[in-house]
Design a binder for this molecule. Structure first.
Ligand code: SF4
Length: 206
């Protein structure tokens, strides 16, 4: 497999993106265009970014093998959208085996086949569902809410609610607390038990 671009690698994360000590590996590239995207580098041309094959990334993050094994941690793949790189995830899992837990931080704004394949190798998902109202979702991300929600429903059935954390942000000028309440209610009705509600802080030049 060819090396693919990353916008960053961040070691020794504890309790922020998965079980135990994790290293965050953030892929370049995302199908959405969120108005307040914090990772704009992943939406710009990939020139100048560091690139890794699965073997090269495995060799690099393996320096923390003992931390991963001792804490039940591993690698969290974010971005950008890691489920656009499911070939990479599969090859990486074949290298690291069961000793490392893989987590994916995803909007689920991908083809169902990518979710199905990712569920074979990823132990825990952090789903950035953003909003339940399709018009608000479209206005904020440019994407189709039905695809993300359909994938979430499938994922819950496949993984079980304990392995799926869903993020529900309050997005200034786009949704309200009442919208977030409605999104959380809809998630609970689907069987989601782990919901992370928070508010975006928008910088003054936005
Ligand atoms: S899904 Fe994430 S990376 Fe993609 S545009 Fe939205 S905030 Fe940015």
């Amino acid at each position: 497999m060819e090396a693919v671009p990353f916008i960053g690698i961040d070691r020794h994360r504890l309790g922020v993106d998965g079980v135990g000590v994790t290293t965050l590996a953030a892929f370049h590239g995302c199908p959405l265009r969120c108005r307040y995207c914090l990772n704009r580098r992943c939406l710009e041309p990939a020139e100048g970014l560091v690139r890794y094959t699965p073997q090269e990334l495995y060799d690099r993050v393996g320096v923390d093998n003992l931390y991963f094994i001792a804490t039940g941690g591993g690698v969290c793949f974010g971005g950008g959208e890691p489920l656009l790189r499911v070939d990479f995830l599969e090859e990486f899992k074949a290298l690291c085996g069961r000793g490392w837990n893989l987590t994916a931080e995803t909007s689920l704004q991908v083809e169902r086949e990518s979710v199905v394949r990712a569920a074979e190798v990823v132990g825990d998902f952090i789903v950035d569902i953003k909003e339940g109202n399709a018009a608000i979702y479209k206005a904020y991300t440019g994407g189709d809410a039905a695809r993300a929600w359909g994938n979430l429903e499938w994922l819950l059935g496949r993984m079980g609610a304990e392995h799926v954390l869903v993020r529900v942000p309050l997005i200034p000028d786009f949704n309200t607390e009442a919208d977030c309440d409605a999104t959380a209610k809809r998630l609970e009705a689907m069987g989601v038990t782990r919901i992370d509600r928070f508010g975006y802080r928008v910088m003054s030049d936005e």
